[in-house]
Design a protein. Structure first.
Lengths: 279, 243
């Protein structure tokens, strides 16, 4: 595995500046809808006309993937699922998967976590129990079954180390030292630790260094992992930031209604994405 | 007291869970969540419930991977899975069927092995869902002896009936039929073969006490985490919605 960088976090102006840093063709690790998603940056990626992205769901994807797929920004998706939760099917994902417009690599949640954890440790793979006998195993290009070398007759599955080009998510706070606070959303730390570059939008800037605070430090991702941050107040909208604001369920219902058709989706883009939005 | 279909199903799931220490509820499973909260109301806070998508006070402090690590360690007794297709060998398919794409396998391929008991739950009971053989195996219903497996299916609950899984025979057994359906209706709408007694019992409805709990404290906690679902179920029953 090639070395990952020790970062000195850069501070950028906003979501559009972050989106300009993410190159076409990048593999982007993204969290599920219940973990803060950098929706303002996702909208900015659509505005800048991002192309050929590969989305990695850690471990599943929702609204952000549906919008990027519908807007033609995506070439490939690896995920355990794409869902809008209570708002129903992710219709642009469904349409793209059924037409073959986007290549889908199906996974299962803990195999994605385990692949990223292998990269955290700098090892080429890690084993995981279960999964054997699922058709996911024969369809996935990077999973192999071996015999447990410590005993006999014990097949076990290996997850190859996953190194996304980019980790992208939203945080409640960033501080002046470049650390970001994500609280209990540990999957965000896993993506950050395993990725070549990590871009984080944040709600509010805290003065000083959160790692000096015993209560905040355990929920922090150290700046060593963080390439750049940018302020984006209400940047997860219409999704939520636990403790700050909730999911805008009515907006998700509106999205799900419009995204049923290509024309409705375009109307959504025109109204809420292509011009900068006030949340 | 008449009850909503969701309340009947939740009561049924509560009986299937029975005596458990820890029940985990995954993506978009409001009816299983209703069942666990009903049990907690009746059993003074037992079993422990972990809602993966709990919006405030989420039980996992290391993100979503902690659910899977807990299951792998044996700390989760009961979990729930569904399927776009489910077959007679309890294989489930969450990926694609008849040219249609579904959301994906989620953690099923792991949780089906790791949780001690899995309750299969799918409201739609039709020939397109309950098939002879799934088109894609997201998670297998059983494993050959050399594959380490700590758990598997115990039951399949649908909108028409309850089946119990017979591990040794690798077949379902029809246990009861819900009000509004019949053994013939179930047979006609099930694509796989299964065992059935000569006389099939009716699925019992929740008791009056259980309904009071479902429409009171259970409805409130479900409403916090599944607002659309709560509005649909309890909004339709005038005067008994969440306070």
């Amino acid at each position: 595995m090639s070395a990952l960088p020790a970062n000195e976090t850069r501070f950028l102006a906003g979501a559009d500046a972050l989106a300009r840093e993410i190159p076409d063709g990048a593999c982007i690790g993204l969290p599920p809808d219940y973990s803060p998603v950098a929706m303002a940056v996702v909208r900015a990626l659509v505005r800048r006309g991002a192309k050929d992205l590969k989305l990695l769901g850690v471990p599943v994807l929702g609204l952000c993937a549906d919008i990027l797929i519908g807007a033609g920004c995506v070439r490939e998706v690896e995920t355990s699922a794409v869902t809008l939760g209570e708002a129903g099917l992710a219709q642009r994902f469904t349409a793209a998967a059924e037409s073959g417009a986007v290549k889908i690599i199906d996974a299962t949640c803990p195999m994605i976590h385990t692949g990223l954890q292998a990269t955290e440790k700098g090892v080429p793979f890690l084993p995981l129990r279960g999964v054997l006998g699922s058709d996911l195993v024969k369809n996935h290009p990077d999973w192999k079954t071996i015999d447990n070398p410590y005993t006999t007759g014990d097949p076990i599955l290996l997850a190859k180390a996953i190194v996304p080009d980019v980790a992208l998510f939203h945080a409640r706070w960033a501080d002046e030292a470049g650390n970001v606070w994500v609280g209990r959303r540990g999957e965000l730390a896993t993506i950050a630790h395993a990725s070549q570059a990590c871009y984080v939008s944040f709600e509010e800037l805290k003065r000083g260094d959160m790692l000096e605070d015993e209560l905040l430090a355990p929920g922090c991702i150290s700046s060593v992992y963080v390439t750049a941050v940018a302020p984006a107040p209400r940047g997860a909208w219409p999704l939520g930031v636990p403790g700050a604001y909730g999911i805008d369920d009515a907006h998700l219902q509106l999205y799900a209604r419009l995204a049923k058709t290509a024309a409705g989706f375009q109307q959504y883009l025109d109204e809420f994405v292509l011009q900068p939005v006030s949340a | 007291m008449s009850c909503a279909k969701e309340e009947l199903l939740a009561g049924c799931i509560a009986r299937l869970i029975g005596d458990a220490r820890h029940v985990a509820v995954g993506a978009a499973s409001p009816i299983p969540a209703m069942a666990v909260f009903l049990l907690r109301e009746m059993n003074r806070g037992r079993p422990r419930v972990s809602l993966l998508q709990k919006r405030s006070g989420n039980p996992f402090t290391e993100g979503s991977r902690e659910l899977f690590d807990q299951a792998g360690q044996g700390r989760i007794d009961v979990f729930f899975l569904g399927g776009a297709q489910i077959d007679g060998e309890a294989n489930i398919n969450l990926v694609r069927a008849e040219g249609k794409r579904f959301p994906g396998s989620f953690g099923s391929a792991y949780m089906y092995f790791a949780a001690k008991k899995t309750i299969l739950f799918r409201e739609e009971h039709s020939l397109r869902v309950l098939v002879k053989k799934v088109e894609f195996v997201s998670a297998p219903g059983w494993s050959p002896p050399e594959v380490e497996r700590h758990g598997g299916p115990v039951a399949l609950l649908t909108g028409k009936a309850l089946f119990l899984w017979q591990k040794e025979r690798r077949r379902f057994q029809l246990q009861s039929v819900h009000p509004g359906s019949s053994a013939e209706d179930v047979r006609a709408n099930t694509g796989f073969s299964y065992d059935a007694p000569a006389l099939v019992p009716r699925t019992p409805e929740p008791t009056a006490d259980e309904l009071v709990l479902l429409r009171g404290s259970v409805a409130r906690v479900i409403g916090e985490n599944y607002p659309e679902f709560a509005r649909r179920v309890w909004g339709a029953l005038a005067g008994v919605g969440p306070a």
